[in-house]
Structures are given as C-alpha cells and as structure tokens.
Ligand binder design. Sequence first.
Ligand SMILES: [Zn+2]
Length: 95
Amino acid sequence: MQRTSKSKPNLNKLSNKCPTTGKIRLRDKIEAIDILHTRLNKRQRDLDVKGSTKANEVRAYKCTHCRGWHLTSLETWSDNPSIASVKTSSSASSF
Ligand SMILES: [Zn+2]
C-alpha cells in the first residue's frame, strides 16, 4: 500500500519548461491558478515589506505551443490586433 503525500507544487521544483517561451510549464489551469495566487500573495507581501517585488505575474494563460499553462506579467493580451477593427454596421440593408 502506497502513501501519496503530495505537497503543493513548488516553482523551483518544476523542471518542465516550455521549449518556445522558456517559461515554467504548468500542468493545467488549476495548477496555474494555484501558483498564480501564491505569486500574488508574495507580490503583496513584498510590496508591503520592501515596497518592490519581482513577482510580477498577474495572469495565467494557456500556451498554444506546449499546451501547458504559463504565468505572465502582462495584464492585457493583444495577440489579435484585428479585434480592434470589429465594427457594428448600423446600416439597415433591406431588400
Ligand atoms: Zn508553452
């Protein structure tokens, strides 16, 4: 009978990296959010204590290259610039 005593995933223990971005690859959204919360806590703690932080990750996103999840410091994601060209045409076309 085996005992599984898994602790929370640690960023330093994960050696699985994305070949494209070089970022640490997270297994799924749940793990990504879990670690993101850890980073946000550290970020807030650092800001309170030191006034600055290196934990800048604010978002988790799914990587299309490795199909894993990564954390990013970018609050907005603009890989689809054509979205700005979407217009609602109000011209009623009647036959
Ligand atoms: Zn990736």
